[in-house]
Design a protein around this ligand. Sequence first.
Ligand SMILES: O=C(O)CCC(=O)C(=O)O
Length: 249
Amino acid sequence: MSQDRRTPTVVSEEDVQSYQEQGYYLGRGVLTADECDEIIARAEELHARKDVPGCFSAEDVEDADGDPLRAYPRMMHPHRVDDRCLHYLTHPSVVAILRDLLRDGVTALQSMFYWKPPGARGQAYHQDDFYLQTKPDACIAAWTALERIDAENGALRVFPGSHAEDILEMLPTNTAFSFTSEAVTPPSQYANTLVEMDKGDVLFFDGRLIHGSLPNVSDARFRRAYICHYIPESADSYNHGYDPAIPLR
Ligand SMILES: O=C(O)CCC(=O)C(=O)O
């Protein structure tokens, strides 16, 4: 964890301490309903234009073969093709909380939009820094609920305190339940907790926190989320496959 170089401005000292101990902080009502609706509208436009490079093809969407995630694949880095998605990656309310939790400046590395339509599989347990490889301190996720999210439509499960672990081995997992094919086995001392969220809530979590998501078992509810990753300004190294990085100070 970084030295305490900054005094928190929007998050209480208790909440910063809890983030350091538990590995996550749930910010309630960080974005307004209108802001969430704007992100969804931008995603709908990109999806209609099939205009997020490398994410999905017209054939996938038109010939989904019963897989809701082929019709509605996650979109990677929409901020690179859409100015409003860039705005939300760098949203002042989100960045202020990130700075408080990290007690450092931040650099944005990634945005993703998940539709998670009815019937979609979840994502198996993992640690984000398996991918982002941030050192010496972890990256941080800002995971925004764009609508009500609960056990039925595929909420996140996190293992409080598990960010104390190093990066764990990823092993093959059951792809009937997860759209990713590898997972970590959470050490037995950690219990998981379901994170229910309302529209506009943002879950901030440490890149070493073990987490994953449930399948969406609802009949008709999507579970749309805007998911962004950042690294501390003081990071010595990270996976440069995520460049170009956007320093936010
Ligand atoms: O939103 C989800 O279903 C899982 C997302 C996740 O675990 C991640 O982005 O690291």
